[in-house]
Design a protein around this ligand. Structure first.
Ligand code: SF4
Length: 182
């Protein structure tokens, strides 16, 4: 395969999945030798998600309207979309608010009103502060997903196994309790 256009995106997650990605250590050099990172919150300052991306790892649940737009943009412009970590795969921690009636409002109220030391106020600014969706959703609930990497965060070895398969075969397949290569 030629050089891949590689991207990662950070939606409603804690960035722990991206920290685990950085734990790939020297494999990052192998990746850099075979792929161009065209968009990522780590190691890149590109503002707009480009067209014609080969693979994108999405961290985090779809938690607000900005996340929803970002997920749709990624799907439209990417051949292989990877749900990266448990928040993307199942909602996980980000979706805990789904268990509370009117969870979006309750979480905002708890964070910005009850816990505030100064100026209690729920931030609202159209186009600047994204609006929470009624429920935090796994990525596959809003766009088709091609590959799933479970884990909170996924260990670096698991990320490496998937990325290696993508580099060699253009896609990845995970099955059972152990990763099967190829
Ligand atoms: S899966 Fe775990 S490490 Fe990854 S974003 Fe969610 S809470 Fe953070």
């Amino acid at each position: 395969m030629g050089r891949l256009k590689f991207a990662t995106v950070w939606l409603g997650g804690c960035s722990g999945c991206h920290m685990s990605f950085l734990d790939l250590d020297e494999f990052l050099f192998d990746l850099a030798a075979r792929a161009d990172v065209v968009y990522s919150p780590v190691g890149s300052d590109i503002k707009e998600y480009p067209e014609g991306v080969d693979v994108c790892l999405i961290e985090g649940a779809v938690n607000n309207d900005e996340n929803l737009e970002a997920a749709k943009t990624v799907r439209d412009r990417t051949r292989l979309v990877v749900s990266f970590g448990d928040c993307a795969v199942s909602g996980n921690v980000t979706a805990l608010r789904n268990t509370i009636p009117d969870g979006a409002r309750m979480v905002a109220s708890r964070s910005y009103l009850e816990q505030a030391d100064l100026n209690p106020m729920i931030p609202q600014a159209e186009g600047i502060v994204p609006t929470l969706l009624p429920l935090a959703l796994p990525v596959h609930a809003v766009i088709p997903v091609d590959v799933y990497i479970p884990g909170c965060p996924p260990p670096a070895d698991r990320i490496k196994a998937v990325v290696q398969q993508i580099l060699e075969h253009g896609t990845a397949h995970l099955e059972g309790r152990q990763l099967k290569m190829g």
